[in-house]
Design a protein. Sequence first.
Lengths: 153, 756
Amino acid sequence: MKINVNGIDHEVDVEPNMPLLWVLRDELNLTGTKYGCGVAACGACTVHLDGQAVRSCVLPVAALQGKAITTIESIAKDDQLSRVQQAWIDHQVPQCGYCQSGMIMAVESLLNNNSQPTEEEIDASISNICRCGTYQRIKEAIKEVLTQNQENG
Amino acid sequence: MAKERTRGQKISRRAFIISGAVIGGGFALGLGGVAFSNYKKKQFSGMGFEGAESLNAFIHITPDNKIKLAIARAEMGQGVHTALAMLTAEELEVDLEQIEVIHPQVESPYANVNLATHYERTSSSTGFHFMEKVAYILPYIATGGSTTIRDGYEHYRIMGASAKEMLMKVAMKKWFIDIDKLKAEKGFIVNTETGEKVSYGSLASFAAEEKPNNRPTLKAKSNFKIIGKPTQRIDLKKKVTGAAEFGIDVRLPNMLFAAVKHCPIIGGEITSITNEPEVLAMRGVKHIVQWPTGVAVIADNTWRAQQAARALTFEINTKGNEQLSSAHISKLLKTRLDKDIDHVKEKIDNTATAFKAANKVFEAEYEVPFLAHATMEPINCTVLVEEDKARVWVGHQAPFLVTMATAKEADVNSSNVEIDIKYLGGGFGRRAENDFVAEAVRIAKAMKGTPIQMVWSREEDTQFDTYRPAAMASFKAGMNNDGRISAWENHLSLQSVLRSSIGRNFPLMTPPESQDTTAAEGALGLAYNLGARKVGYSFIESPMRLGFWRSVGHSYNGFFTESFIDELANEADTDPYEFRAKLLPSNSRQKKVLDKVAKISNWNSPLPEGKSRGVAFHESFGSIVAQVAEISINPDKEFSVDKVFCVIDCGNYVNPDTIIAQMQSGIVFGLTAAVYGEITIEEGKIQQSNFPNYEMLKLKHMPEVITNIMENNEAPGGVGEPGTPPIAPALTNAIFAATGERVRSLPLKNHGFKLA
Ligand code: FES
Ligand code: FES
C-alpha cells in the first residue's frame, strides 16, 4: 500500500484496516504523533489529511490512498518553527508535552481554515485532552497568533 | 491501642524506614549528600558523560564548553530539569543554553540523602508544615512528593559553586593572580586585570584534579540573576516539534512490540488461555507470555499486538472477588468509620470534656471514590534482556525500583542493569510503581536478545491502575456562641496506600498500619485554632491495588476538612473567609495567604445573579495554598468555573513561571476529579475503561486562573501537588453559596451537576 506522508511516498505492507497512527509510529518510526486512547477521544494522534485535522487512531490506512498526510514532524520548516509552535514556546505551554503534538496539529488546522475563529469556535473545535491542564496557556497562545493574523491582514 | 502523639512532641524516625516519602514526600539534603557527590569517580560510573570532565558527580564539562548536568529526577511536566539547571547555572555562572541535562544511572550521589528528619510543631508554630515523611534508601532515586526543589535547592547550587571554585583555582595558577582578580562569567573565567578570558572547557581537565570544597560560599539571594526570575523551559522546543522522546517513542533495531491483557477480575488470576493457537496464528504475532495476572502478546507492530491481546480468551480464578463492588467497599468503609478510631495520630486536650462544655455540636460525613491516574502517555516500558544483562528504556519516577525489578525479573546482577530514563508523558504517582517494569522484563526475557516495547492500551492503563483510595471521613466539632471552635474530632476510614504500594514494590519495607504517613496527611496539624483535637484513621482491607495519586492523602483530606470548615462557618452564621481568618494565628504565613486570596479575588465585592464564590485553604508538601473559585450556576445545576484565584506561599522559589503553570495544572487535575472522577467496581471488575467513561476536563471548561506567589525568605516548598487539594472544596463551597446544597461526596456529576 502506498501512502504519502509529509510529501514523501511510502510503500507499507500492512492490513487495510490498520489505523494510520500505527503505520506512522511503528512502520515509519514517525513517533511525534502520539497514542492516547485509540478511540478518537483524546486527540493525541491528530494529523492532517489534505490539511484537515483528523484523529489517526481511527483512520484505516486503506482510506488514505491519494491523500496527503501531514504530521507534527513537518510543521517546522528547516528548523523554523511555525507561528503556532513559536506561540507555544512564547507562552510556555507544554508541561509533560505528550498531548502537544496533537494540540498543535488541531490548532494549525483550525487556523488554516479560519484565521479569526471566535472563542466559541475555538472551544468547540479544540476538544483534545491535556492531562497536565495546559489549557489556559493554549488559549493565550492561540490569542497571540490571532492578533498576528489580524496585523498581517 | 494506638500510640498517641501530642502536638509539640518530637517525631523521630528510624533511618531507613521507607515511608510515604517514597513517592509522597520528604526532603533531604545535607552535607552527607554533598560529600558523597564530591567523592567523584568512586561512587559514580560517569556513564552518559563520556567526553566530558567530571568536576563532581553532577557537573561534567566538555572541551567545547558544554555543561552536562546530571539530573536524576523525572521530567514529567513539572519543569524540574529547567529548575535544577537554573540552580546550577546561577552558581556556576553559565548560560542555561550551555547546559545539557542527562539522566545518570542509579548511583549513590544522585539519591535523596540519608538524613533522619526531626521536626517540631508546636501549637504556636507559625512555621512550615514539613511533611512527616522520610525516605532514605541509598541509592534512593525517586521523584515525588513535590520534593525536587526542596531536595535540590541548595544541593545543586553547592555543586555549581564548588565546580566554579575548582575552575577558578586553575585559572589562579595559570595567571599567577589572586582569586579576587578573577571573575566567572558565562562559562569563562575572566582575568579582570588583563581582560583575558579562558573557557571552562579548556580548564576542566585540570580543575578535575583540584580538591572540591564541600562548603563553597553561595550567592546571596539579592544577587541572583536566574533563580526567582521567570525563565523559559529548556525542553519545550522538542515538545512542540514532536522530537521529545517519551518512553513510548523508543525505537531500536529489530524491536518488537507487546500488548498485555490482564485478568479482568480484580485480584484474580489467569489459569489458562483457551485460544492460544488462534491468537498465535494472527498476523505479525511472534510469541505469547503468560503469568498469573496477565498475558502478553508479542508482535511486530503495537496495533497487531493489541488486536491479538484483545482476541485472547481465558479461564480465570476469581480468588473470590467476583462479587466485589463499590457498594461493598463503601459499606466496609462506613462500618469501620462508625467504630472508634484505630490509629489516633493527633491528640490535644480532652475532646470529650470539650464537647460537653460546647454550646453546640455539629457533625458531618464525607466520601470520595477511587481515582485513576490517567497519564496522557499510557503505561509502557521497553526492555532488552541478554544473557547476563538487561537494558531498560522507560519514563519512570523511581529509577531505583526499575533497577531492582529488572534485576529480579531478568535474574541478572543489578550492576548489569542499564537504565535510560525518558521524558514522562505524565506521572502523577503512577510512574513510581514497578509493576509494569516487571511485566516488561518478564516479556522481554521470553525473547532474549530482542528489544521489546510493552505498551498497555488505554483500557489496560485504566483498569490495571494503582488507584487513589476511596475514603470516608466523619467530623464532629464543638462550637461556642462566639463562633469559636472548642473541640474537633476527625476519623478517616480507608485502605492504606502505603501498605498497598510498598507491599508491592518493596515488600520488606511495608510499614505497620500505625505508621502510614499518608492516610491522615492534611488532616493533622491543621493551622486553625480548633481547641481540643482528636484525629486519626482506621483501615479496611480490599483487593484493590492502591498507589500515590497527585497530592496523595491531601487529595481527599483537603476536600474533607475544608468542606467541614465551610459548614461550620455556615453554622456560625459567619462569612467563610472571615471564619477561617479568625481561626488562623494573626501574622502567620497561613493567615497572610488567606488574606491575600481574599484581596485578589475581591472577596467582599458583590457578584451578579447566578454567580458565587467559594474559598478553600490547604497546606501540603511544604507550601500553603488558598484558592477562591468563582462560578456561574443555573437552576438546572449547569455550572462553569469562571475564575480561580490562587495564592501560594512556597518560600524561596526557583522559576515563578513554572509555579504559575503548576497551579493551573494542579487546579485542572483537582477539578477533573471533583466533577467527573470516579472509578467504580461491579462484579469484581473496574467499570471505566477509557476517556469516554473516565472523563477529563477540556479546553472549553478551563477557568481563568490568577496566581499570586508570596514573597518571603522561607525554605522552599513543593509546587507540583499543593495546587490540587484546595480546588474541590473551593468549588463545592461556591456551589453551596449559590444553591444551599452541600456536596458531601464526589464526584459532582453524581449529584446532578453538569459542567457547561
Ligand atoms: S489516540 Fe486518537 S484520539 Fe486518542
Ligand atoms: S502537556 Fe501533558 S498532557 Fe498536555
